[in-house]
Design a protein around this ligand. Structure first.
Ligand code: ARG
Length: 416
């Protein structure tokens, strides 16, 4: 059966323009045609989704989430209380919140081994509702780095999390190569590596390099050999450049990037995936549930600079995607980042491309998602006012369809 989706205003993300009064025909999971409304005669009794008063866009894509994490527990001490079961319950709830916010695809860039892989499979098999998940394994870290358990007695940290040693911690090119291969073996879609220190980790510095250029190069080559993309967490100036030169596909955070780093990203076509909403939540909310002062101080050292440097990168023409680090702040609030992307230099259409067409390119799913065209998945959302006039409109998505199935319909669009 064909579903006729009437769109009053369509932003299909193949350009910056809106098209008025079109009809998308959906058969099964995919779009089969998009035509001017005047040219279709909808057969009597056909299934219609009437969004003729609304603005219709491709389902949004967040390229940086952690679906197992809860914002109100995002405190490293809680990692020692985290069981895989707890993470899984969180993931079920977070996946649904993400989908209901209009994000029909996400890239999960770090969780316990191999949570995101299982969550992806559970969603794909129809067991639970959620976005399409492009899954990484645990983020690969040096010993003592952003992904290690720091600040505990040796006996405690060795005993606590044995899998960490096998699947996450790597020192030297050979171990990096082995860990990438292990992760591929257990079904990840993407590799996440921690090139520099971080904010929400004990005992390291966001600006400091962690993996060497040689290690990053091995990771990138090995990921690419396996047909996977690779993302690097990198706040620090030098670590960003090493990661870009090593052939990493996206720089996460990018906080302390300098002009040379910006030029390198342009030359290599590397995406910047900067979580520029995060700072608000970390400074305003996280201290209320006990985020250690060390981390609040680290946030203050990067947060504002990250936004200014993001603006420079946008101005210079670096390729930008939408990645928020949801899990540090509550899942479902992802779209709050659009406001900052526009405030710091993007056009509304540009910010939407970052979360649709460009994001699809980064996650290597352009043939399926990211634009609304015949042949793509019927992943689409609707809002009741024009997001090109006011980007914050996307914080209130009233309709969500994923793969031709309606998950949210606050406007009564679905007619029988
Ligand atoms: N996961 C990141 C880290 O711990 C969060 C950084 C958040 N701060 C920011 N300004 N984006 O390093």
């Amino acid at each position: 059966p064909v579903v006729y989706v009437k769109a009053g205003h369509l932003f299909d993300a193949t350009s910056d323009n809106l098209r008025d009064n079109v009809v998308l025909t959906v058969e099964g999971e995919r779009i089969t045609k998009i035509v001017p409304a005047a040219e279709v005669s909808i057969p009597a009794g056909a299934k219609v989704v009437d969004l003729s008063q609304d603005w219709v866009l491709p389902g949004l894509i967040d390229c940086h989430v952690h679906l197992e994490s809860r914002a109100d527990e995002y405190n490293p001490i809680n990692e020692v209380r985290m069981t895989p079961f707890k993470g899984a319950f969180n993931g079920v709830v977070n996946a649904k919140a993400t989908l209901m916010a209009g994000f029909t695809s996400v890239r999960d860039v770090g969780s316990q081994p191999f949570f995101a892989v299982d969550l992806r499979n559970a969603i794909n098999s129809g067991l639970i509702p959620g976005p399409r998940v492009v899954a990484s394994g645990p983020p690969i870290s040096i010993t003592g780095g952003h992904g290690d358990m720091n600040g505990f007695a040796p006996a405690v940290s060795n005993w606590m999390y044995p899998a960490e040693k096998d699947f996450q911690i790597a020192d030297g090119p050979d171990e990096v190569r082995r860990v990438v291969r292990e992760q591929v073996k257990y079904g990840v879609d993407v590799i996440k590596i921690l090139a520099t220190g971080g904010v929400l980790s004990a005992g390291d510095k966001p600006g400091a390099e962690q993996f060497t250029y040689e290690e990053l190069k091995v990771a990138a080559d090995e990921a690419h050999r396996a047909g996977r993309k690779i993302a690097a967490h990198a706040h620090g100036t030098q670590g960003i450049k090493d990661a870009v030169r090593a052939g990493i596909d996206s720089i996460e955070h990018g906080s302390l990037i300098d002009d040379e780093g910006i030029q390198l990203m342009k030359e290599h076509g590397t995406y910047l995936d900067a979580d520029i909403y995060n700072d608000d939540y970390i400074l305003q909310e996280a201290p209320k549930f006990g985020l250690p002062q060390e981390m609040v101080d680290k946030e203050k050292s990067v947060g504002r600079l990250q936004r200014e440097n993001f603006a420079k990168a946008v101005k210079a023409g670096v390729k930008i995607t939408f990645g928020t680090d949801a899990g540090v702040y509550p899942h479902g609030d992802n779209a709050k980042q659009f406001h900052y992307m526009v405030k710091f230099g993007m056009t509304p259409a540009g910010a939407i491309h970052a979360a649709t067409s460009s994001a699809a390119d980064l996650i290597d799913r352009s043939k399926d998602v990211g634009t609304l065209e015949a042949g793509k998945y019927a992943d689409l959302i609707a809002v009741t006012s024009n997001p090109l006039d006011k980007i914050e409109t996307l914080e209130h998505v009233s309709f969500v369809m994923k793969g031709g199935k309606v998950y949210k319909d606050e406007v009564g669009a679905e007619k029988q």
